[in-house]
Design a protein around this ligand. Structure first.
Ligand SMILES: Nc1ncnc2c1ncn2[C@@H]1O[C@H](COP(=O)(O)OP(=O)(O)O)[C@@H](O)[C@H]1O
Ligand SMILES: O=C(O)C[C@@H](O)[C@H](O)C(=O)COP(=O)(O)O
Length: 333
């Protein structure tokens, strides 16, 4: 069953809000950063990757964010537009802020990490005055990324977007996307994550991300069922907990539990799994598929992206995804 209903007759399927950054992915794989010399530049940032994935799958997609007033900022906006994403909501910073950079280190397929340069970044300068109620009102769904809550004024901009979404019956997806280095204080982090989650229809995160939110409440044990049920007294209808190579589990408000396995693949690097999973999972739900089927689409998309070098540029089209699901081997949990 699909517990979500999307407002019909809206021009945008999905509008994402949050960071637009640059990924610099190591060309020399199976090497530590100290020995890595060259990188390939891609558009990055979790919500950007999800929006690109969504557009590739054929969704009418828009973005609300802020970019630096320089070559990097223009590279990002240009790439979004080339992928058919509406950039009306992408504003340009005029305070001298810079573009966030994510250098990726691929020591082995299982051992990947990201070195982020995020001082004075333009994405966190997104201001409430940059968020247009009329724009959000045109969407069936809004995707919020947790990292945008890390600092003001971006934090207030996201809460305002959430208010508009709730007011206009826009279905809200919250990808927790917890990046510790963007935050300074554990309690502050958990408080804002929990406050935002109260306003969301669908919450998607890894076990570790939910643990971070629950630590503040002195929850000692990781328990997926407990985690999900906490949110059903608020707005949530669906909670998804991702477990890496062990698949994912979803709970719906009516008490149903859905499990998804993975599509085994030749993993090049692990990052990008969550973003590709989210884009195809959301697409599946918006196409009216039931939760289990949408999770399978998400797993297939993740499997494709982790076998490729980039995150954004590797996002599959619907034709690629469909063909992949016909031929690849699915391992149920
Ligand atoms: N090694 C893997 N092989 C195949 N699929 C994977 C693998 N790791 C992750 N995935 C897929 O990607 C999804 C999200 O991965 P996960 O690592 O939990 O998220 P994140 O990238 O946000 O940390 C998983 O639920 C699974 O479907
Ligand atoms: O989110 C970022 O700023 C970096 C991403 O573009 C990146 O490549 C990544 O980490 C993807 O995250 P994941 O999908 O949660 O693995």
């Amino acid at each position: 069953m699909n517990p979500l209903q999307f407002h019909p007759n809206r021009p945008f399927d999905l509008i994402a809000i949050g960071r637009l950054c640059i990924d610099l992915n190591a060309n020399e794989i199976n090497r530590p950063m100290e020995e890595t010399r060259t990188f390939t530049k891609y558009v990055g940032g979790s919500p950007a990757n999800i929006a690109i994935g969504s557009a590739r799958l054929g969704q009418k997609t828009g973005f609300i964010g802020k970019v630096a007033n320089d070559q990097m900022g223009r590279f990002i906006t240009d790439y979004l537009e080339k992928n058919g994403i509406d950039t009306t909501g992408v504003k340009i910073d005029h305070t001298g802020a810079v573009t966030g950079l994510a250098f990726t280190e691929i020591k082995s397929p299982e051992d990947c990490s990201i070195l982020m340069y995020r001082d004075n970044v333009a994405d966190l300068k997104l201001h409430p005055s940059d968020v247009d109620e009329q724009y959000i009102k045109q969407a069936k769904a809004l995707l919020v990324s947790g990292t945008a809550l890390a600092k003001s004024p971006s934090r207030e901009a996201v809460f305002l977007a959430l208010e508009y979404a709730v007011k206009h019956d826009v279905t809200v997806f919250f990808d927790l996307d917890y990046r510790p280095y963007t935050w300074t204080d554990e309690a502050e982090t958990a408080v804002y994550y929990n406050l935002a989650a109260e306003k969301c229809d669908v919450i998607i995160g890894t076990r570790e991300e939910f643990d971070m939110m629950e630590k503040l409440l002195n929850v000692k044990e990781s328990d997926d069922h407990y985690t999900a049920s906490r949110w059903f007294s608020y707005r949530a209808k669906l909670v998804v907990i991702k477990h890496g190579g062990s698949g994912s589990i979803a709970y719906t408000k009516d008490g149903a539990v859905h499990r998804s396995g993975i599509f085994r693949t030749q993993v090049l690097k692990t990052f990008g799994a969550g973003d590709s999973y989210a884009s195809a999972f959301i697409y599946g739900l918006m196409k009216g598929k039931d939760v289990s089927e949408a999770m399978k689409w998400g797993s297939a998309s993740a499997s494709i992206v982790i076998s490729r070098h980039s995150c954004s540029d590797a996002m599959p089209t619907w034709e690629e995804l469909e063909q992949y699901m016909e031929t690849a081997v699915y391992e149920p949990v």
